[in-house]
Design a protein around this ligand. Structure first.
Ligand code: ADP
Length: 246
């Protein structure tokens, strides 16, 4: 009984600490881009910038910052809904091979435009079915694929391979990119909310530190799991597993 009470106290304290940390992070992450936008508006208001190229550059910076604020608010909104169990999941039975083929083809087309190479191998057996909320699962996978493009570009190698297969009652998706990878000592944190490996570098990449945390929560809602690692010859690896329908 005493042990149980102490454990509950500990969980409560931990929750309170996380909540405070979260508020501090949100305030900081919103204040920085807003201050930037405000600064550029003031400069333009003064009317001293006459060079149209310079004006366009300032407008682009403002646009990037407002896009970042928008994304952060969307992510936070989804999180608050996940926290209070208000995300309305709409699960349905889908044929796994066809469902992922459609999704992968879409990624291939959308990445073609940006010059990023996206390849996939779909070895899922035709008779396999899954119970998924298509929209939410798409969001989780997109966050992982988008990261590969975002962070790979830092290392100048823009490519991701996805292997899809079925084994032991699970469907496995393995993502491998050819970017800089994730430092081994940081791997255990990358699914934490607001965690960014390199604050300075990721700021330039419109990074909120929420993408993988959201992906993980959505995958767990599908009773699946995800782990991250690095390939021995470089680049990040994400392995995601989802239970098959019986
Ligand atoms: P964000 O939404 O800011 O990209 P994530 O939660 O998706 O944040 O990722 C957390 C951190 O993990 C990122 O800041 C980045 O440093 C690192 N990371 C995620 N994916 C990759 C990847 N494919 N290659 C290298 N680093 C990555």
């Amino acid at each position: 009984m005493a042990y149980k009470l102490e454990e509950n106290e500990h969980i409560k304290r931990q929750y309170e600490d996380n909540r405070k940390q979260l508020i501090a992070n949100i305030s900081h992450d919103l204040k920085t881009p807003i201050t930037t936008v405000q600064g550029y508006i003031e400069v333009l208001e003064e009317g001293v910038v006459k060079d149209p190229d310079k004006t366009n550059r300032y407008l682009k910076i403002m646009k990037n910052n407002t896009e970042y604020i928008n994304r952060l608010i969307d992510d936070l909104f989804l999180f608050s809904k996940l926290d209070i169990d208000q995300v309305q999941f709409e699960f349905s039975r889908v044929n796994a091979h066809d469902f992922f083929n459609d999704m992968m083809e879409e990624f291939q087309i959308s990445h073609l435009e940006s010059g990023f190479k996206f390849s996939y191998q779909n070895d899922i057996e035709a008779s396999v079915w899954l119970r998924v909320d298509g929209k939410r699962l798409y969001r989780a996978i997109k966050n992982i694929v988008d990261n590969s493009e975002k962070y790979a570009s830092v290392g100048q190698v823009t490519k991701v391979d996805v292997d899809l297969s079925t084994r032991d009652g699970f469907l496995t998706l393995k993502f491998r990119d050819y970017g800089p990878g994730i430092p081994d000592d940081k791997l255990s944190h990358i699914f934490d909310r607001f965690y960014r490996v390199d604050d300075e570098r990721t700021k330039m990449l419109n990074s909120t530190g929420l993408g993988l945390a959201i992906a993980k929560e959505l995958i767990v809602a599908h009773e699946g799991h995800i782990v991250a690692g690095n390939h021995k010859s470089g680049g990040a690896i994400f392995i995601m597993q989802l239970p098959l329908c019986v």
